[in-house]
Design a protein around this ligand. Sequence first.
Ligand code: ATP
Ligand code: MG
Length: 889
Amino acid sequence: MTSHQIRKSFLDFFISKGHLIVPSAPLVAKNDPTLMFNNSGMAQFKDFFLGNGTPPSTRIADTQKCLRVSGKHNDLEEVGFDTYHHTMFEMLGNWSFGDYFKKEALQWSWELLTEVFQLPKDRIYVSVFEGDTKDNVPFDQEAFDIWKSILGDDSKIILGNKKDNFWEMGDIGPCGPCSEIHIDLRDQAEVDLISGKELVNKDHPQVVEIWNNVFMQFERKADGSLLPLPSKHVDTGMGFERLCMAIQGKKSNYDTDIFQNTIEVIEKMSNKKYGVNGTLGSDDYVDVAMRVISDHIRAVSFAISDGQLPSNAKAGYVIRRILRRAVRYGYSYLDFREPFMCKLVPVLAEQFKNVFPELQTQVEFVTRVVEEEEKTFLRTLELGLKRLDHIFENNTSKTLDGQTVFELSDTFGFPVDLTALIAKEKGFEIDEEGFKAALAEQKARSRKDATKEAADWIELGEIDGVEFLGYDFSESEAQLVKYRVVKTKTGQEVHLVLDRTPFYAEMGGQVGDQGTISVLDEKHPFNINIKDTKKENDLFIHISTDKNLVDRLESFDGPIAVFAKINTERHENIKKNHTATHLMLAAMREVLGSHIVQRGSYQNDEVTRFDFSHFSKVTDEELTKIEDVVNEKIRENIKLDEKRNVPIDEAMSLGATATFGEKYGDFVRVITFDPKFSVELCGGSHVQGTGEIGLFKFTSEGSVSAGVRRVEAVTGLKALELLRSQTATLDKIKELLKGAIDLPKAIESLIEEKSSLQKKIEALENEKVQALKGDLLKSVKSISGVSVISAKVEVPNADSLKQLAFELKNQLENPFIVLGAIVGDKPQLAVLIDENLVKEKSLHAGNIVKEAAKLMKGGGGGQPHFATAGGSDISGLSDAISKAESFLQ
Ligand code: ATP
Ligand code: MG
């Protein structure tokens, strides 16, 4: 079976068991503060497990793009060295939301693997949770019994501990035992020598876990205790690439048809062969490099097509590091010196066009972004190698200290093994312990930065999803149904959840609302200030930092009647900026071309910021044209056409613009301002008519990263304020220029005048210095063969003082020169001593000025033959000069 057939068989099998198939969520996690990238199939269903929403079906199956290079799951260092861990992989999964449980789940797993896929029964091992007395969770007897009846006996069942066989969503939340399915893919001869059972969970590359069935049946509280969940769920995940390896009879994921296309291209480009360089598992770096590259290009390409561009921070940095790791391996072991990763993007796009079409749609853009990243990194790499050479030259200890190794890996993307290898070639060792310590320190730092400690939700009432009223209302009665306290780095927040709310929660670039939630308690009514509203999965979280709020809430033990009201003035300004963003995108497509795609956006009550794909600077003329189009649309006062719950296919057929990396449901909201101009899928807030925006004005244009530009603009009163303040500046200038008509010309001539005056001043000063020099040369005292000048002079700056000293030197035999001056209210001292004198009399100008400067309350230093000092007490200058001179005696 090809990988395409295998994927399809999986999905078909679960359709036959009554499952609904849903698309993969984007690789980049949205609205989940605990996650940067989706790292398992269940991530997109979290809300259903937490009870914050209702799934479209109680049985769902899919294939999910996962990335495991950050946070709880980080397999990056394994990738390429082993043959079955990837950065990005597909996780096939089936779910039961309070529907079937262990019996069906395990039976179906067995049926699919052994009957549909015909995997050999005698090579399959399963694991069951053994229980944990400390945690008060029992042995999973139920799963054990089910497996025993499926397998006939218990000889292939392994008992597993908490680490391998107990799953938890996080520190708190749903959890439960799991049952893994492992397969032994070794040759019979090896199996005869040692049983597969001995090798399960022992990191053997051909005895691997392929499927994990998680049974959510408990909830972990913040105090560590476990409560049974009212409805139990199944969450399974099977590694697609590993499954293909098993079915296709291969010994490595990379030998399946999933990776073969890419590897072939890499072979051609590098003129090297894969898999002939040593036995599997040996550390032949040509093979490792090809595995790394064929793996990493998938992660990078799909992340970019899902909206995550490489950058210097957070999720973007994760992507950048993956890409750099691949480039580095290509550079070191396949001798690539020019961008090569970008050439693999079209290969992948073609291969996955029917599974994840988003890559094919953006293939050109992704290719260019990857190429630009590669170019930049190849330059950095050269610099890093030079830096290393320099370190080797200046290091006599023959060990590279841990901090340096860490910096190389952190700033230049040099993995330790590479540094070690290069070091070895030069006869150096690296301090691995020191490196590990530096790494651990950084990890601890970033963990500390990231932690927000959340306490349990205090539940006051039940809800099934939150009703959002904000499209129609700015205020409403509601029930406060739960709250929790979150400790942050700066203090404490209280998170409040209402059953219905007019507060918009930050999403799709639009900031969250601020406002007030009034508690309608008859005896003690009070107001809660809401400073932000955020989404956590599908919950709307109203954030308050009011003091004593928790104390006040604690006196309630049921739902609290409240009146919620947003700050409407702020919200109106946000709306203007959001609608302006739509108009701007449409205008850009008219002016710059249809390749303009949104790559990020942000709107608050002050500005709209918009990132988009475009490969050159947007010129001033183009910006003006775009502004013209937008302002024309504003003057047309186009009415808002808002349609909710439009089936996604219908919306797309209207020509709606969707944003890559956004997850859309089956029903979407469509925002139209003139069907011929702007139609967008959007959940944000908009003005009723474009005329409300008043005025649109760009404030900046620049580059964010390769292939992506950013513009910022203001609207409404802000735009007017901007123009006013600019006019005021102009008026002020006019006044200063005494009413000149042509301002730019007047300023130009001022600048010219200034530079010609400056030249004149310099010439005059030079003349003065020359005259001074003449006087000083006349005052030379000859003391036992030494020409001594010691004087207080008048010079315009410290530089002239130095210059003067050196010019004097050139005309004297054996000079000893002490010059003092007052420059801008501060005493300055310079001492120059002939090189011969320095040696003969062991004089040191640096030490001399240091001592002398004390008398003018200052300090300084320099070389033995020349040094300068500054001070703060003018009255001490003469004494300082004498002191310096006295050193000659
Ligand atoms: P392992 O111990 O092999 O790393 P895991 O315990 O981390 O696996 P789960 O979190 O249970 O795996 O994920 C479910 C399935 O996803 C696994 O059974 C495996 O087939 C697959 N899988 C997990 N991590 C990776 C990865 N990095 N690359 C490819 N497949 C993976
Ligand atoms: Mg793992």
